[in-house]
Ligand binder design. Structure first.
Ligand SMILES: O=c1nc[nH]c2c1ncn2[C@H]1C[C@H](O)[C@@H](COP(=O)(O)OP(=O)(O)OP(=O)(O)O)O1
Ligand SMILES: [Mg+2]
Length: 204
């Protein structure tokens, strides 16, 4: 089976990429499978910049084509925060529960209709042989008043998806993978992936 490497150390993302790529006939490896994979500093100011930083650093290190994912939560009433700082919003410990608590706290006086938000995912596909490609996807929702559900990861328990009548963390993983920002970004990447892989093959 063909293998694709994802430049992530996030277990929640890894699980989603596994199921998203398995159905497309790819096996997935992540940085959790490589012992001394470097920690890439996320110094960009956009999701795209950070996805490129991760993909290019790991592609260079391994000499293979690699996908980087930078994603996060954008809350309208918080002027777009936590945004690219989503993972470290409540501090360097990168705690999902502390991050969600901080968002809930900041929104405590904000009424339901103003709690609109979206998840955003930028993917970068990098190779030692060719120019990096980026795509993105998003999904619209609303921040709840309290966490609900135990599936998924990150801000899923406080992200209410109107069309499903549930939070992301109440959806089954296959349901999340039909509508998520990551699934939408991957869909956009799919259109470019075959041509990219063909160019790779001609380089070998
Ligand atoms: O589907 C999602 N459902 C809920 N929360 C999510 C999702 N997707 C991203 N998020 C949140 C988690 C983390 O707070 C931040 C990602 O930060 P981000 O730097 O891209 O990932 P990370 O540091 O966890 O792992 P890595 O950089 O190794 O890929 O946005
Ligand atoms: Mg990160």
């Amino acid at each position: 089976m063909k293998t694709v490497i994802i430049a992530t150390k996030n277990k929640g993302k890894a699980k989603e990429f596994e199921s998203l790529f398995h159905s497309r006939g790819f096996q997935v490896q992540t940085l959790l499978d490589f012992e001394d994979a470097l920690d890439v500093e996320e110094t960009g100011t956009t999701f795209e910049e950070n996805a490129i930083l991760k993909a290019e650093a790991i592609s260079k290190m391994l000499g293979k084509f690699v996908i980087g994912d930078d994603s996060g939560l954008i809350v309208d009433a918080l002027d777009g925060r936590p945004g690219v700082y989503s993972a470290r919003y409540a501090g360097e410990a990168k705690s999902d529960s502390a991050n969600t608590e901080k968002v809930l706290q900041e929104l405590k006086d904000v009424p339901e209709e103003k709690r609109t938000a979206r998840f955003y995912c930028a993917l970068a596909l990098a190779s030692p042989n060719q120019e990096t490609i980026t795509v993105s996807g998003s999904v619209e929702g609303r921040i709840t008043n309290e966490p609900k559900g135990t599936n998924g990861f990150g801000y899923d328990p406080v992200f209410y998806v109107g069309e499903k009548g549930k939070t992301m963390a109440e959806l089954k993983s296959n349901e999340k993978n039909e509508i998520s920002h990551r699934a939408n970004a991957l869909h956009a990447l799919e259109e470019k992936l075959d041509a990219f892989l063909e160019r790779e093959a001609t380089q070998l």
